[in-house]
Ligand binder design. Structure first.
Ligand SMILES: NC(=O)c1ccc[n+]([C@@H]2O[C@H](COP(=O)([O-])OP(=O)(O)OC[C@H]3O[C@@H](n4cnc5c(N)ncnc54)[C@H](O)[C@@H]3O)[C@@H](O)[C@H]2O)c1
Length: 377
C-alpha cells in the first residue's frame, strides 16, 4: 500500500484529487467500451451520487443511456486548510466529463434528508428544464439523519440484536487478523438506525417529487440493499443495519402502491459486497470482502460497482420483459456472491485462515488497493 496513507478505524485520512478523477474517468471509459444499452432512462435523479453504487449508477445512466442526470450528495468542499472529501472530486470529475460529452448534468451538495435540499432539487430540476424524472436512484449511506419534522437527530449503529457477538476481521494497516467483539444494540440504537438507513426518507422524496409533478408516468425508483452470507449475519443482516434494510425493502411495497396509479414501480436491488467508503466502516466486512474477492476473482465472477450497475440497468431495470425479482420483490444483484459454490469456498477460507496464511488465502491486496483508490491513492 501507499506507505504514507494514514488509516484509522476504516477511514483514510489522506486523499489525492487527481487519483479520484482518474477512477471516475476509468469508469466512464469502461462504460463507453460497453455495448450500447438498447433501452434506458431519459431523465434521472441520483441521491447519493458522489461515490460507490450511486456514482456508478449515474455513469451508466449518463454515458450508457445519454440521460440528463441531477446528482445530490453531501461532501466536504476544499478550503484553505484542507482538501475536500473524495466525493467532492468525484463530482467535479463527473461534471467535467459530462460537459465535454455534451450531457446535461447538474450536481448539488446538500443534506438529502432535509426539506431544504428537496426543495432545492425541485427548483434546480425546473431551472435546468429536466423532463420529469423516469428514474430516481436512492443510494444514500449515512451515519446520521435529522428528522425534518421533529428535528431529532438519529444515528446509525452497526451492532447485533438480541445478544453480543464476536467475529474476525482484518486490520487494514497491517493485514493481520483481528478479533471483534460487539455488544448488542439497544432498542434506541435499532430505532435510530432504521430512521437513518430505512426507507422513510426514500418515501418522502418520491412523495415530494410526485406532488411537484416531477415524476414521469412510468417512473422507476430503485434503492440498494444488502443481505450477505452466514459469517456476517449477526453483525449485518440480523443486526441493527439489517433491520434498517428490511425497512427499506418494505418501503418499496409502499412506494409501489404510491406509484402504481401513474404506471410507476419501485425496486430494491440487493447488491454485492464491495469496498466503498460506507462499507469500510462495517465491522467484519473487510475480511469477508477480501475472502470473497479471492474466490470471485479466481472463478472469473468478480464485479466492481460499475459492473454491478451496468448489469443492473442492462439486464434487470431495462432488460427484456418484466424486471426479474425474488419472492420478496427484490432484484438480486448478489446472485453471484451468494452462489453456493462461491460461499462454500469462502467458508473454507474462514476455516483455514490464520495470521500466517491470511495473505495467501484472501485478496488483501485487492481490498487494500480498492480502499486506497477510493481516496485517489
Ligand atoms: N458497499 C457495499 O458493499 C454495498 C452492498 C450492498 C448495498 N449497498 C448500499 O448501497 C447504498 C450506497 O452505499 P455505498 O456503499 O455506495 O456508499 P458510499 O459511501 O460510496 O456512497 C454514499 C453516498 O451517500 C451520500 N450521502 C451520505 N449522506 C448524505 C446526506 N445526508 N445527504 C446527501 N447525500 C448523502 C454520500 O455523499 C455518497 O454520495 C447504501 O444504501 C448501501 O447500504 C452497499
Amino acid at each position: 500500500m501507499g506507505a504514507t496513507a494514514r488509516i484509522s478505524n476504516g477511514i483514510c485520512l489522506d486523499i489525492n484529487p487527481e487519483g479520484c478523477k482518474r477512477l471516475v474517468v476509468e469508469q466512464i471509459e469502461a462504460m463507453k467500451r460497453s455495448p450500447a444499452l438498447q433501452k434506458g432512462p431519459r431523465s434521472v435523479l441520483i441521491l447519493g451520487s458522489s461515490g460507490g453504487y450511486g456514482l456508478s449508477s449515474r455513469i451508466v445512466a449518463a454515458f450508457g443511456c445519454q440521460a440528463p442526470t441531477l446528482g445530490v450528495s453531501l461532501e466536504r468542499s476544499p478550503c484553505e486548510k484542507r482538501l475536500g472529501s473524495p466525493g467532492f472530486y468525484n463530482n467535479a470529475a463527473f461534471d467535467e466529463a459530462a460537459q465535454q460529452a455534451g450531457l446535461k448534468a447538474v450536481t448539488l451538495q446538500g443534506d438529502a434528508f432535509s426539506d431544504a435540499t428537496k426543495q432545492l432539487v425541485v427548483e434546480a430540476a425546473r431551472e435546468h428544464a429536466f423532463e420529469p424524472f423516469d428514474l430516481v436512484v436512492y443510494s444514500l449511506a449515512s451515519p446520521v439523519r435529522t428528522d425534518p419534522v421533529t428535528g431529532t437527530v438519529y444515528r446509525t449503529t452497526i451492532k447485533p440484536i438480541g445478544k453480543p457477538t464476536t467475529g474476525l476481521t482484518i486490520n487494514l494497516t497491517n493485514g493481520q487478523l483481528k478479533e471483534l467483539s460487539l455488544p448488542q444494540a439497544t432498542e434506541e440504537e435499532v430505532i435510530g438506525t432504521i430512521k437513518v438507513m430505512g426507507g422513510e426518507d426514500w418515501l418522502l422524496w418520491l412523495k415530494k417529487l410526485q406532488q411537484e409533478g416531477l415524476l414521469a408516468p412510468n417512473v422507476k425508483t430503485v434503492a440498494y440493499s444488502y443481505i450477505g452470507p452466514v459469517m456476517t449475519n449477526d453483525i449485518y443482516r440480523s443486526g441493527s443495519l439489517g433491520r434498517a434494510k428490511a425497512h427499506l425493502e418494505a418501503t418499496a411495497h409502499d412506494l409501489n402502491a404510491l406509484l402504481k396509479p401513474m404506471g410507476g414501480s419501485a425496486f430494491v436491488a440487493v447488491c454485492k459486497a464491495l469496498v466503498t467508503r460506507a462499507s469500510s466502516v462495517i465491522p467484519a466486512m473487510p475480511l469477508y470482502i477480501a475472502a470473497l474477492f479471492r474466490v470471485m476473482k479466481d472463478m472469473g465472477l468478480h464485479e466492481d460497482c460499475f459492473a454491478q450497475m451496468n448489469r443492473l440497468f442492462r439486464e434487470r431495470l431495462y432488460g427484456e420483459g418484466p424486471v426479474a425479482v425474488d419472492n420478496d420483490g427484490r432484484i438480486r444483484m448478489d446472485d453471484w456472491e451468494l452462489r453456493q459454490d462461491v460461499q462454500e469456498k469462502v467458508t473454507e477460507i474462514y476455516k483455514k485462515v490464520t495470521n500466517e496464511n491470511v495473505w495467501s488465502l484472501v485478496d488483501f491486496d485487492g481490498y487494500q488497493n480498492d480502499f486506497l483508490a477510493l481516496h485517489g491513492l
